[in-house]
Design a protein around this ligand. Structure first.
Ligand code: 5GP
Length: 356
C-alpha cells in the first residue's frame, strides 16, 4: 500500500486569476480551434466541445441540431445499421459527428458492417470507449481499430493518468478521453472507490499527450464529465484540455432525449448513466449479473431550447477569455493562473447560480 500525498484538484477547488489585457470586447475571443493529429491525416476546425456518447445526448437529433454550430455529437452505440442508413440520407457533416464502439466482438462486428456499407465515411471521428481504459485488451483493440481505420480521428478512453495517456496514443489513438468518476450520473467513485480529481487528471494527461508529437500533430485530450457549469468548461481548457465532452450540460432541453416528467408541478427530463440499471435494461434487456450498476438516473430540470445553453456557454467562455487576456481558446492554458481556493466557497457560490 502507498499513499500519494500531493493534492489533486477538482474544478471547484480553483478560480482563475484575472489579468490585464488589451482586448476591447468579448467579441474579440474566438471560440473555434483548428487541429491536426498524431495519426490521422485529417484536419479539423470547430468549437472544441462535444456531447457525451450517452443515450440522452448522443443522438441523431442532437447531431442535426449541433453540427451547424460546429459542435461534435458523439453518438451512443445503440443505433442499428438501418437507422444509420436512414439518418445519413439527410446529414452530411462528418467533422461534427463521432461513431462510438466498445471493445466487445459485437462492437467490432457492427463496425465491420458500417465499413462494408460505406457508413464510416460519414464520420471523421471514431470513439472507442470503455469505463476502464487500463485493461491490456483495450490497447489491443485500439491497435486493431487503427489498422481498420487508418484515416479516422480516433478517440479512446477513459483514463486519468499520464502513463496510460501515452500508451493509448502510441497504440493508435489521436485523442484520449480523460475522466473516471466525475460524471454527474456516475457512481464509480461511490461503488468502487476508484477515481481521480478531474482538473488534475486533465492537467496531467494533457501534459503527457501534448508531449507526444510528430510532423502531423501532437496527442490531444478530451476533458470528459464533471462540468457542472460553463466555468468548469473554461477551467478544463485552462488546464490544457483540447476538447470538453459533457452529458448533463446538454440534458434537460427540448433537443435532449429522455422522457419529460412532471413532479410536484415542475417539469424534468430524464438523464441516466450509461451503466445505470436503466441503461442496462433498456439496451441489453437485462443487467449482467457480474456487474454492479456504476451509473444512476437523474431528473434534470427542464430548461427549454438548447440554444439558451449554447448562448450562455459561448458568452461565458468569451468572458473568461476577456478576464484572463486570451483571445482564442488555444491561449486559455497559456494565460491561466489557477488560485487554489476553499472548495466550500465555490460550492456555496454555485448554489446561487442554480437558484437552488
Ligand atoms: P457529465 O457531463 O454528466 O458530468 O458526465 C458525462 C460523462 O459521464 C460521460 O461522457 C461518461 O464519461 C460518464 N458516464 C456516463 N454514464 C456513466 C455511467 O453510468 N457510469 C460512469 N462511471 N460514468 C458514466
Amino acid at each position: 500500500m502507498r499513499i500519494e500525498e500531493e493534492i489533486k484538484l477538482d474544478y471547484s477547488d480553483v478560480l482563475l486569476r484575472p489579468k490585464r489585457s488589451t482586448m476591447t470586447s468579448r467579441k474579440d475571443v474566438n471560440l473555434e480551434r483548428s487541429f491536426s493529429f498524431y495519426h490521422s491525416p485529417k484536419k479539423w476546425r470547430g468549437i472544441p466541445v462535444m456531447t457525451a456518447n450517452m443515450a440522452t445526448c448522443g443522438t441523431f437529433e442532437m447531431a442535426a441540431y449541433l453540427a451547424p454550430f460546429k459542435i461534435i455529437t458523439t453518438l451512443h452505440k445503440y443505433y442499428s445499421i438501418e437507422q444509420y442508413e436512414e439518418f445519413f440520407k439527410n446529414f452530411d457533416a462528418p467533422d461534427y459527428i463521432a461513431y462510438t464502439l466498445g471493445i466487445r466482438d459485437e462492437d467490432f462486428a457492427h463496425l465491420a458492417q458500417m465499413k462494408e456499407r460505406n457508413l464510416l465515411d460519414k464520420f471523421s471521428f471514431i470513439c472507442i470507449d470503455v469505463p476502464n481504459g487500463y485493461l491490456e485488451r483495450f490497447l489491443e483493440k485500439i491497435r486493431e481499430l487503427r489498422a481498420l481505420c487508418p484515416e479516422h480521428i480516433i478517440i479512446a478512453g477513459n483514463v486519468v493518468t499520464n502513463e496510460m495517456t501515452e500508451e493509448i496514443i502510441l497504440n493508435g489513438a489521436d485523442i484520449v478521453k480523460v475522466g473516471i468518476g466525475p460524471g454527474s450520473a456516475c457512481t464509480t467513485r461511490r461503488m468502487t472507490g476508484v477515481g481521480y480529481p478531474q482538473l488534475s487528471a486533465v492537467i496531467e494527461c494533457a501534459d503527457a499527450a501534448h508531449g507526444i508529437n510528430n510532423e502531423g500533430g501532437n496527442g490531444l485530450v478530451i476533458a470528459d464529465g464533471g462540468q457542472q457549469f460553463p466555468s468548469c468548461v473554461a477551467k478544463a481548457f485552462c488546464g490544457g484540455a483540447d476538447f470538453n465532452m459533457m452529458g448533463s450540460l446538454f440534458s434537460g432541453y427540448d433537443q435532449s432525449a429522455g422522457n419529460l416528467v412532471e413532479k410536484n408541478g415542475k417539469k424534468y427530463k430524464e438523464y441516466f448513466g450509461s451503466s445505470s440499471n436503466k441503461a442496462m435494461e433498456e439496451f441489453y434487456g437485462k443487467k449482467d449479473k457480474h456487474r454492479a450498476s456504476e451509473g444512476r438516473e437523474v431528473l434534470m430540470p427542464y430548461k427549454g431550447d438548447l440554444e439558451n445553453f449554447l448562448q450562455d456557454l459561448f458568452g461565458a467562455l468569451r468572458s473568461t477569455g476577456t478576464y484572463i487576456g486570451a483571445s482564442k481558446i488555444k491561449e486559455f492554458s497559456r494565460r491561466a493562473t489557477f488560485l487554489r481556493v476553499n472548495r466550500q466557497l465555490t460550492t456555496y457560490l454555485e448554489q446561487f447560480d442554480t437558484g437552488n
